[in-house]
Design a protein around this ligand. Structure first.
Ligand code: LRH
Ligand code: MN
Ligand code: MN
Length: 430
């Protein structure tokens, strides 16, 4: 039996209030889907098994380049963060794994493992950080890390990544995600080819030390903090990296890391086709790397990404086993609430994609019926699958209405009484 930080009786109470309506809604949706030839219980089973990892750094209030306005009860360290993550999982039953960021979450790995197993949590990919300087570090990353002109600095960044792998081995992680901020702010500042060579050599050194059952995810991002050129700027460069490194190297797609209007679902399809889709950082954005709650701006795009994922799942595409993680920064909401709803939104996109009539879609594609092909996707997208999501949570002892249960339980007020207030300040987080 694992510990629960929200009294189950509070969850049960809110569930009782909603149960009758849910039963009716589920039965009604079941009838509707049956008319479309879909077995609702089969969809429920798949959705219940679907999980997404929570980023440890997402449970603290984020910030912008301009300011950070912390909320009450901010987690003090990784152990508080794991407690917050356990609450998200208790209510959603969709987030049993946490993705750590080193050195932000650096602690005795055995203690980390113990703290997580108290709540039945596990660990997803480790994330290294060579985009900011840690206190006391010898060489600065101001002008880059794995692609720095200085050999000692590149070596230091390599060693940091190897340390992340070591920590990950103890706590049961099976992947390392590398995102670097290296690049340049002005034309002429760096030689594009030279710094990419540095980067590839450094990554080869890290790859050489990767355990045989691990994956190495490289994450691209168009710009920021470098504003003129970025070393790993797009999926093309990312694909080259994964290909140069070898089979254990795959690309990570953060939804916020592309130019506006880029067709991300098509990038996803390409990477799947060539066995290089490693995983996701889900979030949403309007302008850039906004790190907004998943599905809060463009839920249709999220659905289209999942449409590709389900297509690959159903045809059992070779080498297809992407890691699903959230990567968000919460500035004006309670981070726990944002992560709860984001986990549900990812599940919703998956459920909706499962409803696509793929046989009909293929027929419309074959007969060049563009209107009906697009309508086939829209029919799935227009379905309200909330009863399936709610039942998946309820059946696993989670909450039909997780935000309501979270608020009723008064968790934030409880931790605010023991976690000291954090002063507001300047910005900083990416
Ligand atoms: C970079 C990024 C990357 C980092 C995280 C904090 O913008 O998406 O994944 O590790 O933010
Ligand atoms: Mn990311
Ligand atoms: Mn980002």
């Amino acid at each position: 039996m694992t510990d629960q930080l929200i009294d189950q009786s509070v969850v049960d109470q809110t569930n009782e209030a909603n149960r009758k309506a849910l039963d009716a809604d589920y039965a009604h949706l079941g009838e509707h889907l049956a008319r479309r030839g879909i077995d609702i219980d089969a969809v429920l089973k798949k959705v219940s098994a679907y999980t997404v990892a929570v980023p440890s750094w997402g449970v603290g209030t984020g910030g912008t380049r301009f300011a950070k306005f912390p909320g009450t009860g901010e987690p003090r360290d990784i152990f508080d963060k794991l407690e917050d993550c356990s609450v998200i999982n208790q209510l959603t039953r969709a987030t049993p794994n946490v993705s750590l960021h080193i050195p932000w979450d650096k602690a005795d790995p055995n203690r980390l493992k113990q703290a997580a197993s108290r709540f039945g949590l596990g660990f997803d990919a480790m994330n290294s950080n060579t985009f900011s300087d840690a206190p006391g570090q010898q060489n600065s990353y101001r002008f880059g890390s794995l692609a720095n002109y200085a050999k000692e600095t590149r070596q230091q960044a390599i060693e940091h990544n190897l340390e992340c792998i070591e920590i990950g081995k103890t706590i049961g992680s099976k992947a390392l995600t590398v995102w670097i901020g290296d690049g340049s702010n002005f034309p002429g500042q760096v030689n594009f080819t030279r710094v990419f060579e540095y980067y590839l050599d450094a990554m080869k050194a890290i790859y050489a030390d990767l355990p045989s059952d691990w994956k190495l995810f490289t994450e691209h991002k168009m710009y920021e903090p470098a504003f003129y050129s970025t070393v790993v700027q797009d999926w093309g460069t990312n694909y080259l990296i994964a290909t140069e490194l070898g089979d254990k190297a795959q690309c990570l797609v953060d939804l916020g890391h592309h130019a506006p209007n880029v067709n991300i679902e098509m990038i996803v399809a390409r990477l799947i086709q060539f066995k290089k889709l490693g995983g996701f950082h889900f979030n949403d954005s309007k302008y850039g790397d906004d790190d907004l709650d998943t599905g809060s701006i463009d839920p249709y795009r999220l659905f289209l990404v999942f449409n590709e994922l389900v297509d690959a799942e159903l045809r059992q595409a070779d080498g297809f086993e992407p890691a699903h993680m959230l990567d968000q920064s919460h500035n004006v909401t309670d981070p726990i609430e944002s992560l709860i709803r984001s986990a549900n939104e990812v599940r919703r996109a998956y459920a909706l994609a499962l409803l696509v009539d793929r046989k009909a879609l293929e027929g419309y594609q074959q007969s060049d019926d563009a209107l009906m092909a697009s309508e086939t996707l829209k029919v799935a997208f227009r379905t309200d699958v909330e009863p399936i999501l709610a039942k998946a949570r309820l059946d696993a002892n989670g909450a039909i209405d997780p935000i309501a249960a979270y608020r009723k339980a008064g968790y934030r007020q409880r931790v605010a009484a023991v976690r000291p207030a954090v002063a507001a300040g300047g910005g900083g987080i990416v």
